[in-house]
Design a protein. Sequence first.
Length: 330
Amino acid sequence: MAVGGPVAEGTAPAKATKKSEQVRGFCIQLSDAQGTAKYIAAIDELAEMGCSWINFAIAARQQDVKAESIHINWQNIPSRLNLEKILKHAKAKGIRTVLMPMVLLDTAGEKEWRGAIKPADWDNWFDSYRHILMGPMADLAQACDVDILCVGSELLTSETYLQQWTEVIKSVRARYKGKLTYSANWDHYEVPKFWDQLDYISMNCYHELADRPGATVAQLNASWANIKKALLKFVDEQKRPFFFTEVGWHNLENTVSQPWNYVAKGKIDSKEQLRAYESFVESWKDVPTEQFMGALFWEWKPDSKPTDHGTYSLQGQPALEVVKKWMAAK
């Protein structure tokens, strides 16, 4: 099992997008093989409200955390032809695009997820990842003029395998000519040592901003201050701008203490969600674009309703107005 290896020659840091082009928008999971029409309608709806970026998340599968092979189950996602139709429709509406492949587990025990995979042979796993997942995704991104392609998302246990990630990145660049990033975990972004081979740093953002409901916007801002200080110091050292591939809060009362908990329990409380979004906008609005390129909110789910328990999607939520103003201020 090869571990690490020499650092490949780094790519020159890509400049952050201009302020008028800052990354401000939503994520859409393309998880319904029959959902092309609703995804097209969602793109139209987002374009109408002024959304200028969409992060399209596509999931591949592996059997469990020990599996060494990855597969794309086309029964769970739109066909290749329909993926092209969706991505090209977004571009036709003037929306810039991010493509973010993810790995999900068919069978998972407690605390098992893609961040905890542990195959017996990492070389086999990376071979499968590079050929089965990233090859087709790189070709799709190139064919659809995708602006940014994520070479991975939240693969925590894999991130120290520098040689293998170098091979993944090199392989992707041979097939896709746009910008590359990797979506790290909010508490793990210092671990990958391949940032110098990518154009941008990116990560999800589900920080616990308070330990109980009822925190004021000012109190949430105080939590953000420490997070920002550490994060901006890191990206300055890396000489790469960054953006959030995912950031969001579900509609339950415990959203600021457990924003990462997509199966959270509790009462619906849109005011908690509203304060979380207000704090995010206040905390990040004045950070220079050369450091902070923007954010993509998780998520926009077609047909979601504000009464859906635990939803992150903002249809009918007071927080949507905050996001609309933020997108309009770009």
